[in-house]
Design a protein around this ligand. Structure first.
Ligand SMILES: [Zn+2]
Length: 429
């Protein structure tokens, strides 16, 4: 079943007292996280040893501790509340979700995923590192959180105004409510779900297709030669940030002033993030409005980010942009096709011959067919062609035959399969 899952975040205005309660809740949950993580690590340490570390003579086994997993830890919550009555003042489902989060991090660490990758070891959290807690049910019987007429009612915390800067769309059901502490105040994020996802546009109704190449000179170049300039948000504020960091270094660690300065810096980072995200959404909407099919590169951002250009690459945040583009497109039924970017900038988009060039060469000049194009535009056309071609056996997701630029050729699609997504998720602020 296909469902659409969205996250809508709103600012909340807790009273000073409520704010204290929420900070207190976060602190208690953090301690509980650390305790439970320690319990799991101890259990692992006592019961395992590495393959090549085994003593020859004897093996002291000692008491084998009881197994520790999510279920034992959850049932131990009762005991915790007896020993530490503080925990009675925290909504029990929030405590369970806290343990579920730990369990998830734990499994990501120990159990490899389909491609054999594993996450890092879950970490102990320092003071202030846990910044959110969850009410897993909203607006139903026995739910911990209720949203009604601009008032958010949280069990164990109280009622507080919520700023509904945009309404929750019709037909969506509220699933979870996460309370987050950010640099500029408290937010509550609702995960909302709807069963009706716009069907992707039928292949024979696709009238316009575009290839998009992302780069460092221009943020993106389309196959019809349009460009969107890059926004170096981070680069622009870098000197400002450095100055403020230096100010922080001069202040006494842990003092009130240092805290204040830290918060100031966190807000700068927040602003940079928001400007960038806004730019991504605007660009994505512009593209999605104009075209029915958008071809993008399947980028290896991590690999790229390890090079010398890393700061600029991370600043442009193409990976995030492509996620946002995908999400925006799904909402409108526009198709996104990711293609293998290998050789897209080197090959000639007109005749296919390889024209080697370094990054500094901005012009594509083909010595075979004599075409001269902007380097990025050439790559964008290649990306579009790749998305549309049927020649690449098995890899081509769309079997449409379109000319490289412009209009649609009538002709039955050879293949109708698109990699179907089971669900989509995007964050809106
Ligand atoms: Zn050529």
């Amino acid at each position: 079943m296909v469902v659409m899952i969205l996250t809508y975040c709103y600012r909340i205005k807790p009273s000073a007292e409520q704010e204290a309660t929420m900070c207190y809740t976060l602190e208690r949950l953090r301690r509980h996280w650390n305790y439970c993580l320690g319990q799991r690590l101890d259990c692992l340490r006592i019961t395992r040893c590495q393959i090549d570390r085994c003593s020859l003579i004897s093996e002291p086994i000692g008491e084998i501790p009881a197994q520790v997993n999510y279920y034992t830890q959850q049932s131990a919550l009762k005991e915790t509340k007896k020993l530490f009555p503080d925990y009675k003042n925290i909504w029990s489902e929030s405590q369970q979700v806290n343990l579920q989060r730990l369990n998830k991090a734990w499994e990501r660490w120990l159990i490899p995923d389909k491609s054999g990758k594993r996450g890092g070891r879950p970490r102990f959290k320092k003071v202030g590192e846990l910044r959110s807690f969850v009410y897993p049910r909203v607006n139903c019987q026995r739910a911990g959180a209720h949203l009604k007429n601009g008032i958010l009612k949280l069990s164990k915390i109280g009622e507080m105004p919520i700023i509904m800067h945009r309404p929750i769309p019709d037909g969506f059901t509220l699933h979870t409510c996460t309370i987050v502490q950010k640099a500029d105040g408290w937010y509550c994020c609702f995960v909302i779900q709807d069963e009706t996802v716009p069907e992707p546009m039928p292949l024979d109704e696709i009238h316009s297709a575009v290839g998009v190449d992302v780069g460092l000179k221009e943020f993106l170049t389309t196959s019809d030669g349009k460009t969107v300039p890059i926004q170096q948000t981070y680069r622009k504020t870098q000197s400002h940030l450095v100055r403020q960091q230096r100010k922080l270094a001069r202040k006494k660690a842990g003092s009130k002033r240092a805290e204040k300065q830290k918060n100031f810096i966190a807000r700068i980072h927040q602003r940079i993030g928001r400007i960038r995200e806004n730019f991504h959404y605007n660009t994505a909407h512009k593209l999605v409005k104009q075209y029915d099919l958008i071809a993008v590169e399947d980028l290896n951002i991590r690999g790229l980010a390890r090079t010398r250009l890393s700061k600029s690459i991370l600043d442009a945040a193409w990976g995030k942009f492509i996620n946002i583009l995908e999400a925006v497109a799904v909402k409108r039924g526009v198709r996104i096709v990711a293609v293998n970017p290998h050789g897209t900038s080197q090959n000639c988009s007109n005749c296919g011959v390889k024209v080697p060039k370094t990054l500094s060469v901005r012009l594509h000049e083909c010595h075979i067919c004599g075409i001269t194009l902007d380097r990025d535009e050439n790559a964008a056309i290649n990306i579009l062609n790749r998305a549309l071609s049927v020649s690449e056996a098995g890899r081509s997701p769309v079997g449409l035959i379109l000319p490289a630029r412009g209009g649609l050729v009538s002709g039955l699609p050879a293949k109708r399969e698109l990699p179907s997504r089971e669900w989509v998720q995007l964050s809106l602020f």
